[in-house]
Design a protein around this ligand. Structure first.
Ligand code: PLP
Ligand code: COI
Length: 361
């Protein structure tokens, strides 16, 4: 099946980047700093979605009193398009992103965008900007769909108008080269609490993560790991990815979805790949103390992070105010390496896709 973008008619950019400009922009893009020639848009007004289309990428004028600028009524998604060896362009499990954006929207009291609508917008944008999907190893087109509240109002109440926008950015790896990255365990600062918005993909969660993320950077780490807000005891997730722990006996565990963690699509995919290889992943509470002791004693062999931007990123070092631990030999371990290869072989069309995860546009 080929995904249709027909619901989002194209108004072509009259001044697209030239071939040489595009080649220069795509040579070594910083994550999320390069954007393609087009964007997709739809508007919620009068209780319905309308004005769907793909159009030249341009600024979106807003009244300074627009609701999103004040109370952050916003949700977003992240997914990637890959160029396969046969030249086709393929999305990875895009319906999961569409469904998660519905869940996020409902939590933020926003009108959900139907799954087919989301898929059509993404497909139309990838088709319009097909030349921007990288060829090189590890490259992909990162798609950023989002919903935002546009009503001019300082009342703290759901907006009556919204914009749905999708942008596209050619990207390479989000973090690290091949080896393990250093992670800062945040003490005291949390990203989410029970009954809050931790399992919704909304900008506010990321705003809350900036200060601890800055502390991580100041301490020489590339990402922050959050503990639960109630007891400051169980590991939850990183600022922008989920966490997996591999024990010396080969078993794997990941924090269970408590409502304070984003239900990652990569997390789900990694769990499926490992389960089908005879390594079911246990979803359970994991204490920081268990990780500290396990890493120190060797009972924990690997720790890795996973997410759309991060793919599979081995963690080589865990640090906080009061400890610093090297995980294994500090390099990528065999399980992370295996699962990364399995996952990316499917994503890049180098291996068969027994799960039907890839969707052609
Ligand atoms: N956790 C957070 C906070 C994220 O921002 C992301 C990235 O989207 C993930 C986990 C991983 O989710 P996914 O694998 O769906 O990209
Ligand atoms: C993604 O992986 O899509 C994310 O949203 C993570 C973000 C930190 C870039």
């Amino acid at each position: 099946r080929i995904l249709s973008g027909d619901a989002y008619p194209l108004t072509p950019n009259p001044h697209p980047a030239t071939d040489s400009e595009r080649a220069a922009l795509m040579a070594d893009p910083v994550f999320g700093k390069v954007f393609t020639d087009h964007m997709a848009r739809a508007t919620w007004s009068g209780g319905m979605w309308s004005d769907r289309g793909v159009m030249p990428l341009e600024p979106i004028p807003m009244h300074p009193g627009a609701a999103v600028l004040h109370y952050a009524q916003q949700v977003f998604e992240g997914l990637k398009a890959y160029r396969h060896p046969d030249g086709s362009l393929q999305l990875f499990r895009p319906a999961m992103n569409a469904e998660r954006m519905i869940d996020s929207a409902l939590r933020l009291a926003m009108p959900p965008l139907p799954v087919d609508d989301f898929l059509a917008a993404v497909a139309a944008l990838v088709q319009a900007d097909a030349q921007w999907v990288p060829q090189q190893e590890g490259g992909s087109l990162y798609l950023r769909p989002y919903l935002m509240a546009t009503e001019t109002s300082l009342l703290v109440q759901p907006s009556d108008t919204y914009e749905f926008v999708v942008t596209a950015s050619p990207v390479g790896a989000y973090m690290g080269g091949g080896g393990g990255v250093s992670i800062w365990v945040s003490r005291g600062f949390h990203r989410a609490n029970e009954g809050g918005t931790g399992d919704a993909k909304t900008g506010g969660n990321y705003a809350a993560s900036m200060l601890p993320q800055q502390l991580a950077k100041e301490n020489g780490c590339s990402q922050v790991l959050f503990l639960d807000a109630k007891e400051d005891r169980y590991v939850e997730e990183l600022g922008g990815m989920n966490l997996m722990v591999v024990f010396g006996d080969g078993s794997v565990a990941t924090p269970r979805l408590t409502g304070t963690i984003l239900p990652g699509i990569t997390r789900d995919s990694v769990m499926t790949l490992l389960a089908d290889a005879g390594r079911p992943v246990r979803e359970r509470d994991i204490e920081l103390e268990e990780i500290r002791e396990g890493v120190a004693s060797g009972a924990i062999a690997e720790v890795f992070a996973c997410g759309t931007a991060a793919v599979v990123t081995p963690i080589g070092e865990l640090k906080s105010d009061d400890f610093a631990l090297t995980v294994g030999d500090g390099e990528a371990g065999p399980v992370a390496t295996w699962v990364k290869k399995e996952l990316t072989d499917i994503q890049y069309g180098r291996a068969e896709d027994p799960y039907g995860w890839m969707v052609r546009v």
